[in-house]
Design a protein around this ligand. Structure first.
Ligand SMILES: Cc1cc2nc3c(=O)[nH]c(=O)nc-3n(C[C@H](O)[C@H](O)[C@H](O)COP(=O)(O)OP(=O)(O)OC[C@H]3O[C@@H](n4cnc5c(N)ncnc54)[C@H](O)[C@@H]3O)c2cc1C
Ligand code: FES
Length: 287
């Protein structure tokens, strides 16, 4: 994860700026896409990084909310950042009501991005709204000597699959109920690709974002194979800046070794959100 030369090698310093909502629309029931206009000095952001975004209604000491960056590009007069979010609670429901022109404070880009491995073919997995950061990664990767990236997108049912209008690589959908694409979870789809000889240990690398339960299953599956696996993990963030300890997640330690609490946990907002899947102690991660 700390190799020099990958996408993690250079990250822009975070800045707090005013983001103006350009558009904000539902993609599928309960999941929205917001395009935000930022000043030109912001970023650039790397796939896997996130922003801390103020969500309406305004609140004196309201905490901002973390969102993965789904896209970031320079446009005339500034930078355009895209997020894909689920309306799950008070702040994200407030955000879903934000009309074009609304100004929101935003800090970023933050966190450790995916560290692409150019010597391996990329297999990207996006579960539900976890599609956001891996789609941005797919757009950055293109094709390497080991072939084009392949993107697996899973949802509970067909109506929850997020449309990808101009995909940067092959996309394979999967649904838990079999109503579209492969019938099963994304880990089931990986297993079937492996059985069919489409996934090669020693050649491919996995990059994933989705519900923690999916990431835990993927970590266990990839641990049994020679498949490096990076995951973009979510937990409850307070500050997003390494100051509140709200985002601590447990990591594996050497069996029998005496370790302090500081060695048993990492602050996900600083050391993540992208982590090596095998470093996490999944038994201690909430669903
Ligand atoms: C690094 C990072 C990147 C994220 N990227 C995205 C993204 O791209 N799109 C997106 O929709 N969401 C993303 N999230 C989650 C998002 O920040 C939360 O859904 C949001 O903060 C909820 O705020 P709320 O006020 O609407 O809900 P709250 O009222 O705070 O909570 C509503 C419900 O959601 C649960 N919840 C809140 N936060 C989380 C969380 N992080 N993980 C699991 N359950 C949670 C609460 O337990 C509660 O049940 C990300 C989180 C992190 C840490
Ligand atoms: S969210 Fe505050 S320390 Fe990570």
């Amino acid at each position: 994860m700390t190799r020099v030369g990958g996408l993690a090698a250079s990250v822009a310093p975070p800045r707090t700026v005013i983001a103006r909502v350009e558009s904000n629309r539902p993609l599928v029931p309960g999941i929205f896409e917001a395009v935000l206009a930022l000043p030109s000095e912001w970023g650039p952001a790397r796939p896997g990084q996130f922003v801390q975004l103020e969500c309406p209604p305004p609140e004196l000491f309201g905490l901002r909310r973390p969102f993965s960056i789904a896209g970031c590009r320079a446009v005339v007069g500034g930078v355009e950042v895209r997020i894909v979010y689920g309306a799950v609670g008070m702040r994200t429901h407030g955000l879903a009501q934000a009309l074009p022109g609304v100004a929101l404070r935003l800090t970023g880009p933050l966190g450790r991005p995916f560290d692409a491995m150019p010597e391996r073919r990329a297999v990207l997995l996006g579960g539900g709204r976890g599609l956001a950061p891996v789609l941005m990664l797919a757009e950055h990767l293109g094709r390497n000597a080991h072939g084009a990236a392949i993107l697996l997108h899973g949802a509970r049912t067909a109506s929850q699959l997020i449309p990808i209008p101009d995909p940067p690589c092959e996309v394979r959908p999967a649904t838990d109920d079999g109503s579209a694409g492969f019938h099963g979870t994304l880990v089931d789809l990986l297993q079937s690709m492996s059985d069919a000889g489409e996934l090669l240990e020693g050649r491919d690398a996995l990059y994933a974002c989705g519900p923690n339960r999916m990431l835990a299953a993927l970590a266990a599956w990839s641990a049994e194979r020679d498949l490096p696996c990076q995951v973009s993990l979510e937990t409850h963030f307070g500050c997003g800046l390494g100051m509140c300890a709200g985002c601590a997640v447990p990591v594996k330690t050497t069996a029998g070794a005496e370790v302090s609490a500081f060695e048993r946990f990492v602050f996900l907002c600083r050391e993540g959100p992208v982590m090596d899947a095998q470093r996490i102690d999944w038994a201690g991660v909430h669903e």
